[in-house]
Design a protein around this ligand. Structure first.
Ligand code: AMP
Length: 145
């Protein structure tokens, strides 16, 4: 998928938004939904997506939707930090398959980092245990302020 193209309403995050497939939900407001990445690159890997958007990537998004998205990312990142006490946080966002994007609904990754712990492969590692993801989501949700 190139940078240009049409939004596919059947993408996996659109299905999560419609409640068609499960996700370990962390936080939701009028603008954004945060949930655990099912193939985490590190413990606590969380995704934040705009809820009312057909942007495939950052370049597609309107300023009106981008502003609450980045505010949501900061809010969730603070909760991830408070819940898991990482040494650092990697915040990433991929645009186009060549850049590593695999799901074409705009999203931002929040990945906790610990000294000496390497990142697992992007979108290529093993699937996490759903019960463990739910427990992590609950811990992070408890720290949303
Ligand atoms: P990207 O490659 O930047 O488009 O990121 C897509 C992310 O979605 C990857 O980190 C995947 O591990 C993650 N992912 C794929 N399917 C699911 C799913 N059903 N639930 C949660 N995360 C998913």
């Amino acid at each position: 998928m190139s940078l240009d193209g049409t939004y596919d309403n059947g993408n996996i995050f659109a299905k999560i938004l419609r409640g068609k497939i499960p996700a370990a939900r962390v936080f939701e407001d009028d603008h954004v939904l945060a949930f655990m990445d099912a193939f985490p690159q590190a413990l606590g890997h969380t995704l934040v997506i705009p809820k009312h958007s057909t942007a495939r990537n950052l370049l597609d998004e309107s300023p009106e939707r981008l502003s609450p998205l980045i505010l949501g990312v900061q809010r969730v990142a603070r909760a991830v930090r408070a819940a898991l006490i990482p040494d650092g946080l990697t915040v990433t966002q991929f645009n186009g398959a060549t850049a590593g994007q695999t799901v074409f609904h705009l999203h931002v990754h929040i990945i906790p980092r610990w000294e000496g712990v390497p990142l697992a492969r992007h979108a290529g590692g093993g699937m996490a245990n759903p019960a463990e993801l739910k427990a992590l989501a609950d811990r992070i949700a408890a720290k949303i302020s």
